[in-house]
Design a protein around this ligand. Structure first.
Ligand code: PLP
Length: 461
């Protein structure tokens, strides 16, 4: 180990310098990797080395072989999907977390892992304007957070399923614009795709409450058991915001669990002028917000909140003798509230980040992203060759060239082949639509201007 530490010290200094240089000059790389499928597999040996190698040799291959196969999510021209940032303070915290290698399976296996998670999620809850009774827990992804929400919903409405297994008559409701993770959660939990009702949306891609009521009534009349409604605040395609207050009324009326998926858009609730996106969320049973999307935290960190931790616990607590511990009322064991036993020290990066930027620093960045996306939307509106196909309440703009789907896909390919920018697409009302997402801390207004010029030129060509 001592040789290894000496090597680490030398290589570690170089690695930190490399990281700083990378972050400063990430624009020199093409955003989207240009390797062909299988190219990296073919370039690497098919068996691992018998004898150890020095960091220098490993690092050389990292630069020569691995880097070309990386798509640079930390590139300011990354405007696909939901743009995000692995920011320097959080990167530093990830290094420290790896060094500590603390595993929070129980409070006592590293009190800091549990208690910093409690503290940072309470801070975030305050920034988001959520009620104090919301219990917070970190999972890896929103997909896993929502899986826990659906499991808790089932535990509330059909507690017998913990012992008896899934019952075939439970029905979950969400919108046709909900993220696929909701349906996947229902598949994983044995609810079944057949029992996921995808409620149609209005012209602004928001779930239509009156159609939700109709669907619930039909299911009740058919002898089914409605158990869960999933609303989305910031849908994946257009960032539309479902009418949560109306959905909360319906959930109350029929005794359903209401889960709110705010994986991307939740961050905007930190801005007082955007707090409205969380109208009604205090009445939800659970909520997910992903700091690894628009809160400058390196993947992965998904914040899951619930005002019914008792139900979450009823769904998941299972304590074999070898994990029995505690007794102190302040000793929280997160394993009682979800599937994972092992817990990475993810809260450390959120803590570094929140302290380094402060609420005002975060607000400045979010406001700039929203402002530039709004400006982009106005440029689209002003060019007759393009049309905007959805409201753009936040930092994502959906638009299309007034041509065929193939024209739009060709345009997208051309922009992405430039190596300077990466946009993505979706389908709305049966047509291919392009998406521009502003969300990287390194992105400047000039980048948004430049990508728009490139899009216009590609359209002209
Ligand atoms: N929910 C929404 C609204 C999303 O947009 C996404 C991903 O983009 C997810 C959930 C899934 O997030 P994750 O990759 O953290 O599972």
């Amino acid at each position: 180990m001592s040789d290894c530490i000496g090597d680490f010290r030398r290589a570690g200094h170089q690695a930190v310098d490399w990281i700083a240089g990378y972050l400063e000059s990430v624009r020199q790389y093409p955003v989207v990797s240009r390797v062909r499928p299988g190219e990296l597999v073919d370039a690497l040996p098919s068996t691992a080395p018998e004898q150890g190698e020095g960091f220098a040799a490993i690092f050389e291959d990292f630069e020569k072989l691995i880097l070309p196969a990386v798509t640079h999510w930390n590139h300011p021209g990354f405007m696909a999907y939901f743009a995000c940032t692995g920011s320097p303070p959080a990167i530093l915290a990830e290094m420290l977390a790896a060094a500590l290698n603390a595993n929070g399976i129980l409070w006592k296996t590293s009190p800091a892992v549990t208690e910093l998670e409690q503290v940072t999620l309470a801070w975030l809850r305050q920034w988001l304007g959520l009620p104090e009774e919301f219990f917070g827990i970190i999972f890896d992804t929103a997909s896993v957070s929502s899986l826990h929400a659906i499991a808790a919903a089932r535990a509330m409405v059909a507690p017998e399923t913990r012992e008896a297994g899934a019952s075939p008559d439970l029905v979950l409701y969400t919108s046709e614009q909900a993220h696929s993770s909701i349906e996947k959660g229902a598949i994983a939990l044995g609810v079944g795709q057949r029992n996921v009702r995808k409620i149609p949306v209005d012209a602004g891609f928001r779930l239509r409450p009156e159609l939700l009521v109709e669907a619930i009534e039909q299911d009740l009349a058919a002898g089914c058991r409605p158990f869960c409604v999933v609303a989305t605040v910031g849908t994946t395609s257009t960032t539309s915001i479902d009418p949560v207050p109306a959905l909360a009324d319906i959930a109350d009326r029929y005794g359903l669990w209401l889960h709110v998926d705010a994986a991307y858009a939740g961050a905007a609730a930190i801005l007082p002028e955007f707090r409205w996106i969380f109208d009604g969320v205090a009445r939800a049973h659970s909520l997910v917000v992903n700091p690894h999307k628009w809160l400058f935290t390196p993947i992965d960190l998904s914040a899951f909140y619930s005002r019914r931790p008792d139900v979450l616990r009823r769904a998941f607590s299972l304590v074999p003798e070898y994990l029995r511990s505690g007794g102190d009322p302040r000793e929280l064991n997160y394993m009682d509230y979800g599937i994972p036993l092992g817990r990475r020290f993810r809260a450390l990066k959120l803590w570094f980040l929140m302290r380094y930027f402060g609420r005002e620093g975060i607000r400045r960045a979010l406001r700039a992203h929203i402002e530039w996306a709004q400006e982009f939307a106005r440029w689209v509106d002003a060019d007759a060759r393009f049309e905007r196909v959805a409201p753009a309440p936040l930092s994502v703009v959906c638009f299309r060239y007034r041509g065929s789907d193939d024209d739009n896909l060709r345009l997208l390919e051309e922009i992405n082949a430039s190596g300077k920018f990466f946009l993505s697409h979706t389908a709305l009302n049966g047509r291919i639509v392009l998406r521009l997402a502003v969300g990287n801390l390194g992105t400047a207004r000039d980048d948004v201007r430049e990508v728009w010029e490139m899009i216009r030129q590609a359209a002209t060509a």
